[in-house]
Design a protein around this ligand. Sequence first.
Ligand code: OFO
Length: 174
Amino acid sequence: MLSKKLEKALNDQMEMESYASFLYLSMASWFDSAGMEGCSQFMFRQSEEEKEHMLRLYHYILEMDGKAIIPGIKQPPSKFKSAVEIFKSVYVHEQKVTKSINNLVDLSNKENDHATFNFLQWYIAEQMEEEALMRSILDRINLIGGGPQSLYYIDKEIEMINQAEAAKEAAEKA
Ligand code: OFO
């Protein structure tokens, strides 16, 4: 059984994951309009991942006899300055999510809720991976630099990363 405080905090996290899903979907749409298909597919897959993160919380709350409240999601931005700015802001957003997960872990400790503490370990590992992935994308974008065809090369690079991530996910699910 979840404490009321923890139930509320897990529901708030559902909202955060849902917002990330919509934000990344909006970025996927922007990339598609910019003709950057590789980046668009990457952000679409990230969006789906965030939805899965939200659903994982949903199922856990129900399993713990709590009430999962389906959140209203505020509209994410639809205009972005550039591809580089998008990846920078994804990194910042992921850091924000990590902080929120860390706060949840602290709360589960305070409430002496070992089951929730254990459940949250998956998110800790996931956030470490997500942050590392974003850092490596930003490093590669830096290496590509700002030459005339840089957007083309960024798109190709992200397309390859996306394929590798999709293969990794498929292997984990198999
Ligand atoms: Fe679910 O926040 Fe990113 O990974």
